[in-house]
Structures are given as C-alpha cells and as structure tokens.
Ligand binder design. Structure first.
Ligand code: FAD
Ligand code: NAP
Length: 340
C-alpha cells in the first residue's frame, strides 16, 4: 500500500494549478490497497475526494479529508462479437493514451475524443464529450468500489444515467463509489463522424477527402491545440460552465432579441442547447483579465489562472461571469467543473 501523507499539497495535482492542502493524501495502485485505505482508522470517518488528473476540479479551500489519487493501470482486450471489440481499461489510465492505444489497434469510436485531459475513471463521471461524440456512445459497463462496504459493483450503461456532461456519479451516488475500470464497446467497422463544426474543413485543409479514424484524431488534435490553452502553460480546467439547455419558448424569445445567437438540438425533450461561450462573450468577458484570473482570449468559456491565483479568486470571477450572464439573458449557468 502507498504511504498515507498528511497535510499534502494538491497544487501540482490540479490543472488550474491552485494551492490547496489535503488533510490526508494517498496514491492507490491496486484494488487491495484501495480497500485497505478505506479501513484506516485515521480516515474512516473523513470526507473522501477521488482524484484522477485534476483537470475538472477547482479547489477553493483546503480539503479536510482524504484525497485518493487513483493510479490503477492496465488495458485488456476482453473479446469481440459480430460488431464490437470489448476493451477494459483501468481507472488510472490516461484518457488520451487510451485513445492512442485504441487507434493503434484499429478499435474505432473514441477518435473524436482525442486529447481530452484526465483519466479513464473520470470519463464516465461527466460523460465526457467533444466534436459530436460522448463517452456513452462507446460505453459498455464499469466497475466501482462501494466506499461503505468495499464491495466491487458493476454499473451498466442504463445504471449510469448518462446525460449531457452528466451521470449518476454527479448526482444520486455522488461520493459513494470509486470507479476502478471501464469497459468499452468499440467498433470493428469505423463510423466516421466529422459533421461537427470545423472538423470537415480542417480535414479538407489537410488534403484528406476519405478520412480514417487516425485522420479524424489528427484533425481534432490540431483543432484543440490551436483553440485551447495547454494547462501546463496556463492553468485551466477546460469549459468552466455547461452549455445551458433551455425550454424551446425561452430559446425562441432569446433568438428574437439576439438573431445571431447559436443554438443546437438537445437530447432533452422540448429543450434547446445554447452555447455558454457565446453568452459569456456577449457580456464582454472574452479575453478579459482581472488581476491573476480571466477568460481565455480564444474561448470565453475557459476560465484561466494567469499565474499565482487562488481557487477562491477563480471562483469569484466565475460568480461574476455567472451574474452578468444572468442579468443579460435571464439564465443561470451551471458549472461543469467540480468545485470543492
Ligand atoms: P478529476 O478532475 O480528477 O475529477 C473530476 C471528477 O471526477 C471529480 O468529481 C472526481 O472526484 C471524480 N472522479 C475522478 N476519478 C474518479 C474515479 N475513479 N471514481 C469516481 N470518481 C472519480 N471534458 C469534456 O467532457 N470534453 C472536453 O473536450 C474537455 N476538454 C478539456 C480541455 C482542457 C484543456 C481541460 C483542462 C479539461 C477538459 N475537459 C473536457 C474536462 C476534463 O478533461 C474531463 O472532465 C476529465 O474527464 C477529467 O478527468 P480527471 O481524471 O482529470 O478528473
Ligand atoms: P465550438 O466548436 O466553438 O462550439 C461552441 C459550442 O457550440 C460547443 O460547446 C458545442 O456544444 C456547440 N456546438 C458547436 N457545433 C455543434 C454541433 N454541430 N452540434 C451540437 N453542438 C454544437 O466549441 P469549442 O469550445 O471549440 O469545443 C469543441 C468541442 O470540444 C465541443 O464539443 C466541446 O464540448 C469540447 N470541449 C469541451 C471542453 C470541456 O471542458 N468540457 C473543453 C474544450 C472543448 P458541445 O459542447 O455540446 O459539443
């Protein structure tokens, strides 16, 4: 078992790069170690925070409990049927490296999710998505340890209740399970999906007319690198807020006031998805900097730490952004980032 460390700095373990100390911290690399640490008397009744690569969290204060960094590793081919390959990846695998392994083995379906930071284990928590594909499109089942009983449980796709950047792990069972592995069903015959935004155009600029899954991945990596700040250079956690899904009537009303407002279909009946980045930009926040914090100049939805900011300062800015969107559009943005 790893060492239980007290008063441990989480600064290098979150992509905002903010300082926060964990009362206790431990890295776990096996299921046995995971079960054992949950029984330690020092931590048994303390709040628990499971950490992957810290790319979707904001620490606004010290964490008065146990932070467990999940370091379980391994990617296994479980078998195939007429349509799919079944691949199990341990929760601590890096997501993008998992995507690369899939590409190398001709396992199709995750290419549009290239270069998303974080771990495999965190991916179902918010049903990660990008460029028209979501984790749920390739998800088969996951295994998770119940933190009260230590039992290993299986969650099917239906159990996970996936929604737009959402799952049961953000709601009913929040903080109750530690995901230890995810099994994917990946396509034997690729289904190329390049309908989203500028993917097709980028491929055309690359001179590609009949894209393979590797071409799609390369195009998306190229777009992401040109549009998003790299957290090692500029602290951030990607999109700070979720795109709001509003009733059709509200969208129609807003469209009558702002004819250029982008909107997209939502999977929720009677709802329409608006672009949070556009709403924030209309309030004058794009590229704006206040002291050590601000928004990224190429995407207003990305809140950034320009250096030395605290989590509380970042949260204060996020609250200001929220208030101005509420005032202008009568809409309350919901953070996508998990705030502690
Ligand atoms: P963490 O930040 O460590 O944790 C996130 C949440 O999941 C926390 O609540 C944590 O407690 C919980 N958690 C983590 N691991 C486990 C586990 N094993 N069991 C149970 N709970 C767990 N997201 C997208 O959806 N699409 C994108 O395109 C995208 N682009 C991004 C771009 C940038 C530059 C950045 C910085 C972030 C981006 N994100 C995106 C957000 C982030 O990459 C994802 O949410 C990712 O899945 C987080 O993984 P993580 O390991 O860093 O999780
Ligand atoms: P973008 O392409 O500038 O688009 C802005 C927003 O409009 C996106 O949030 C997207 O919603 C929506 N959108 C655009 N085209 C769409 C379409 N054809 N159908 C449905 N919705 C559409 O966005 P971006 O910031 O550069 O991000 C590109 C992709 O990467 C998006 O899918 C985004 O979610 C993902 N991304 C996510 C994060 C994160 O932290 N969550 C960070 C960076 C990028 P969706 O978000 O629902 O796709």
């Amino acid at each position: 078992m790893g060492e239980l460390l007290a008063n441990y700095s989480l600064k290098s373990l979150n992509t905002f790069g903010v300082e926060a100390k964990a009362r206790y911290f431990m890295e776990v690399s096996s299921l046995e170690a995971l079960r054992a640490v949950l029984q330690l008397p020092e931590v048994k009744n303390l709040p628990l925070l499971v950490l992957g690569e810290g790319s979707n969290v904001l620490f606004t204060r010290h964490f008065e409990g146990l932070v467990l960094k999940i370091n379980l590793k391994g990617i296994k081919f479980l078998g195939k049927d007429s349509q799919f390959y079944y691949i199990q990846a341990a929760a601590g695998e890096n997501w993008h490296q998992f995507v690369q392994t899939c590409l190398a083995n001709h396992w199709a379906g995750v290419e549009n999710l290239s270069l998303i930071p974080g771990t495999v284990g965190a991916a179902p928590v918010q049903n990660i998505g990008a460029y028209g594909v979501e984790l749920k499109d390739v998800f088969y089942q996951l295994e998770a340890v119940d933190i009260t009983s230590g039992k290993l449980c299986v969650f099917s796709k239906q159990d996970c209740q996936f929604g737009y950047r959402d799952s049961i792990f953000k709601r009913q069972v929040k903080g109750k399970y530690i995901i230890t592995s995810v099994t994917f069903q990946l396509f034997q015959e690729p289904r190329i999906n390049i309908s989203y935004g500028n993917v097709k155009q980028t491929l055309a600029e690359m001179g590609i007319t009949q894209p393979t899954i590797w071409d799609v991945s390369r195009a998306i990596i190229h777009i992401r690198q040109s549009k998003l700040p790299c957290p090692t250079r500029l602290g951030n956690a990607g999109s700070f807020f979720k795109n709001p899904e509003v009733p059709q009537e509200q969208a129609t009303f807003l469209k009558s006031l702002y004819p250029h407002m982008p909107f997209y279909p939502s999977e929720k009946p009677g709802k329409v998805k608006l672009a949070a980045g556009w709403l924030i930009e209309q309030c004058g926040w794009k590229g704006k900097r206040i002291g050590k914090v601000g928004t990224y100049d190429r995407q207003a939805l990305v809140v950034v730490n320009y250096g030395g900011a605290s989590g509380a300062e970042i949260w204060q800015l996020a609250e200001q952004i929220r208030a101005s969107v509420a005032e202008k559009f009568n809409l309350w943005l919901e953070p996508e980032v998990q705030v502690f």
